[in-house]
Design a protein around this ligand. Structure first.
Ligand code: FAD
Ligand code: SIN
Length: 550
């Protein structure tokens, strides 16, 4: 493909979710900011967020309590410095949103704080009842436009441009033509990878592109074995699964089995509001035990309150003939959130100079081995602000032609890649889902090794490049899941059901030995690396042992 000189900016941000937009707004005063989105501007997971944004915002709450809940929910595996930053800077970021005109729901003249699982206080700010993501995104888009941010929609970022190991830009494809965008800093805000699983709450755009691009460019990926499954998802007879927010359980909704019996109290002291992985596995076990569905019972809310507090859920269920104020909702777990990602420091720097990552694509360390509900939108805001500050300090970059190697797929590889998409989702759901078994992981690994040669090519169709990216991410996830022989947070191994203290501080990382350009034959199957005892972070591209920080 002939590449055109497409775009010159100071900062290129890939992704228009909460993380990308908030970073863009913060950067706009420092230079020309361009935001690329592979579909329309609302295509990411942010649009679908329901429950809200967590922040210590009441007199009964404090950043210290928010810290404790985040740390415990994460299986005491998170990076304490990053959690500290997030909970302490949360109220300031909420104030920013209020100044931008975001209208959080209020009750009796005060912000109405919701309750969600594993939070010891009510601290979830929500908008439009359960339409937090849609309303937040609308407000951020409005502000970003006012600030002069340039948007390029339907622009599929394919690979990062490196000059002497520094990130200088990105190659993107729009309307079948390839372009180079150059900038002094590139910010990956491409979201997660839920689409690697057959059953997911995630937007179709969540195909792990940013993770694959970062890996190809030499960044470090970490903690990919930790993928969170949401317990309560409604699977309509046709179409996409639909999340039933945890906030519903926060309002007192109960889980019942096919016989109308409650079962969560026997499983966790906080019953329905226990950690997500425990609730999700309990639902699976109950389905298996009774041979029937598990339901959410929220009939106690009454019609008027249900409609006012959860209008999106109310209307979506009604489309399928379920009136949530009168009927039970059948629910089952689905893939929801990538906890690991591109390893970053406290300012979102990756191991590649001038490349940043923020939002779900990044691994800041705040979520540990399991994410506390509603901490993800918050993470995008807090670290978006920090990334902008760090990126603004990068001086303009001069000269240097990137080495662009495109290895075009032949018709044979295209056909093989197309054929791999659905079986990959099935394979990951069956063997790398909520419960991971030795035999299943081995089978997944064998299959992914067979598919691996397909990851070395550039495909003419965006959908095939997405499949390639999903294969890259899936291979690393399987390797990490197989390597971690213990259960911790949302990573559950059937044969190793307990936490192993020997793994308490061990992180599994992946980094390609030679960054771009890559030929198919030089794309080695990813090997996990283990780092013990510390959370290595990057400082200006150098690894720095941060154990002293914690
Ligand atoms: P996203 O919002 O996913 O945006 C990614 C962007 O990157 C999109 O614009 C996409 O088009 C773009 N992109 C991706 N690849 C490319 C490419 N190759 N080229 C160009 N552009 C690309 N979290 C909470 O804290 N509270 C909640 O209430 C909550 N509810 C949720 C409900 C649902 C149904 C889901 C799925 C998630 C929920 N989460 C919630 C999680 C949270 O919404 C996400 O983690 C968060 O919104 C991710 O934001 P992001 O900006 O990192 O990515
Ligand atoms: C939900 O509303 O249940 C989702 C919240 C989250 O994933 O943080």
């Amino acid at each position: 493909m002939h590449l055109e000189e497409g775009l010159m900016a100071d900062y290129v941000i890939i992704g228009s979710g909460v993380a990308g937009l908030y970073t863009a707004i913060c950067l706009a005063k420092h230079g020309r900011v361009a935001v690329l989105s592979k579909q329309d501007l609302t295509s990411g997971n942010t649009w679908f967020a329901q429950g809200g944004i967590a922040a210590a915002f009441s007199e009964e709450d404090s950043p210290a309590l928010h810290f404790e809940d985040t740390w415990k929910a994460g299986g005491c595996f998170g990076w304490r410095s990053a959690i500290q930053v997030m909970v302490e800077e949360a109220p300031a970021r909420i104030q920013d949103l209020l100044r931008m005109g975001v209208k959080f729901d209020c009750r009796n003249g005060r912000i109405d704080l919701g309750q969600e699982g594993a939070h010891s206080r009510k601290r979830i700010l929500h908008i439009g009842g359960d339409a937090t993501g849609k309303e937040l995104l609308g407000a951020l888009l409005h502000r970003a436009r006012e600030a002069g941010v340039i948007f390029v929609e339907n622009a599929f970022a394919e690979r990062l441009l490196l000059v002497e190991d520094r990130c200088r830009g990105v190659v993107f494809v729009k309307d079948g033509r390839g372009y180079c965008a150059y900038a002094r800093a590139v910010i990956l805000a491409t979201g997660g990878c839920g689409q690697i699983f057959k059953c997911t709450t995630n937007a179709p755009a969540a195909t792990g592109d940013g993770l694959a691009m970062a890996f190809q460019a030499g960044a470090v990926l970490r903690d990919l074995e930790f993928f969170q499954f949401h317990p309560t998802v409604f699977f309509p007879p046709q179409g996409k699964p639909f999340l039933i927010s945890e906030a519903v359980r926060g309002e007192g909704a109960r889980l019942v089995n096919r016989h109308g019996e409650y079962f969560m109290e026997q499983i966790h002291p906080r019953a329905e509001l226990g950690p997500r992985d425990i609730v999700a596995r309990a639902i699976l076990a109950e389905q298996q035990k009774t041979g029937g569905p598990v339901y959410l019972d929220m009939r106690h809310l009454g019609s008027a309150y249900a409609r006012e507090r959860f209008p999106t859920i109310y209307n979506r269920c009604l489309e399928w003939g379920i009136d949530i104020s009168r009927d039970l909702i059948p629910v089952s777990p689905a893939a929801h959130y990538l906890i690991g990602g591109v390893q970053v420091d406290l300012d979102g720097r990756t191991a590649v100079e001038n490349l940043f990552a923020v939002g779900e694509v990044a691994s800041t360390g705040v979520h540990g081995a399991n994410r506390l509900a509603s901490n993800s939108l918050l993470e995008g805001l807090v670290f978006g602000h920090r990334v902008a500050r760090a990126a603004a300090a990068i001086p303009p970059q001069k000269g240097g032609k990137p080495d662009i190697l495109q290895v075009k797929a032949s018709g044979k590889e295209e056909a093989a890649c197309r054929a791999a998409a659905e079986p990959l989702q099935q394979l990951m759901w069956q063997h790398v889902g909520l419960i991971r078994r030795d035999a299943g992981l081995s089978q997944a690994r064998r299959q992914l090794k067979q598919w691996w040669p397909l990851t070395g090519y550039n495909y003419a169709e965006a959908a095939l490049n997405e499949t390639r990216n999903m294969l890259i991410v899936a291979a690393m996830m399987v390797e990490a899941a197989a390597a971690r022989r213990e259960s911790r947070g949302c990573h559950y191994r059937h044969e190793y059901p307990d936490q192993d203290p020997g793994w308490a501080m061990k992180h599994i990382r992946f980094q390609k030995s030679s960054p771009l350009p890559a030929r198919p034959e030089s794309m080695d199957y990813p090997e996990p690396h283990f780092c013990s005892g510390t959370q290595h972070i990057m400082m200006g591209g150098e690894f720095h042992d941060s154990s002293a920080d914690d």
